[in-house]
Design a protein around this ligand. Structure first.
Ligand code: PGA
Length: 245
């Protein structure tokens, strides 16, 4: 099973989200074998859920709080997501790490809460440019994975998204060899350290032009897509290409 996940970030109002979905539903993706997950803003989640009835498209949130309830002004809980049938949650996105100071220990707490609540995490990991230049990529990934996955009940109902920070939103995706090397390493590491076999996705400037070669890599099971998922034609093209694999 391959995955095409749209991370809309802080883009698309409610009416824009509905417009996208209505256009997207016309794209003849009914026989799609891969899983399509839309991650809109919190304000669009509930309405999109009603517009998804009768489709195989699923919903994800871009974040959730690690506590189940309480005095955390401005936050959203797992119960709130469950009640509106949002099944997936992106965790550890590099923008949350960078702008909201989400550290691996917080991500570990969130992973625990999400898994305990029977929601499915999409855990994002990746090195930044200076870490790659200093040959620290595998140390960074090892730390991120070891902390995020430590002392929690692991499930195969989760996804890992390898997103090199330097490739996100830059229009410059990692190259074929770089992606191949890292996803193979992640897959080995998860197996050795956690006896875990889960789908690994790639994210970072994925487009309709580069997705075909990347999805042909043995250990890449789909994409987490930002910019290219904002345009309904581009996103559907990617979904069709991934579907042929
Ligand atoms: P991008 O974003 O496709 O615009 O690079 C990917 C992401 O941040 O998940």
């Amino acid at each position: 099973m391959n995955y095409c996940i749209a991370n809309w970030k802080m883009n698309k109002t409610l009416s824009e989200s509905i417009k996208f979905l209505e256009e997207f539903k016309k794209k003849d993706l009914e026989n799609i074998k891969s899983k399509i997950i839309l991650c809109p803003s919190f304000t669009s989640l509930k309405i999109l859920e009603t517009h998804l009835t009768g489709t195989k498209i699923e919903l994800g949130s871009q974040n959730v709080h690690q506590k189940k309830r309480g005095a955390y002004t401005g936050e959203i809980s797992v119960e709130m997501l469950k009640e509106i049938e949002c099944e997936w949650v992106i965790l550890g996105h590099s923008e949350r790490r960078q702008y909201f100071l989400e550290e691996d220990v917080i991500i570990n707490d969130k992973m625990n809460t999400v898994i305990e609540s029977d929601l499915k995490p999409i855990l994002c990991i990746g090195e930044n440019e200076s870490q790659r230049n200093k040959n620290e990529t595998f140390d960074v990934l090892k730390n991120q994975l070891s902390t995020a996955l430590s002392n929690i009940t692991l499930t195969s109902k989760m996804l890992i998204a390898y997103e090199p920070v330097w490739a996100i939103g830059t229009g410059l995706s990692a190259n074929f060899d770089q992606i191949n090397e890292v996803v193979n390493w992640i897959s080995q590491f998860l197996l050795q350290e956690f006896s875990l076999k889960v789908p690994i996705l790639y994210g970072g400037s994925v487009s309709a032009v580069n997705c075909e070669s990347i999805i042909s890599l043995e250990n890449v099971s789909g994409f987490l897509i930002g910019t290219s998922a904002l345009d309904v034609n581009e996103f559907s093209r990617i979904c069709s290409i991934v579907n042929e694999r």
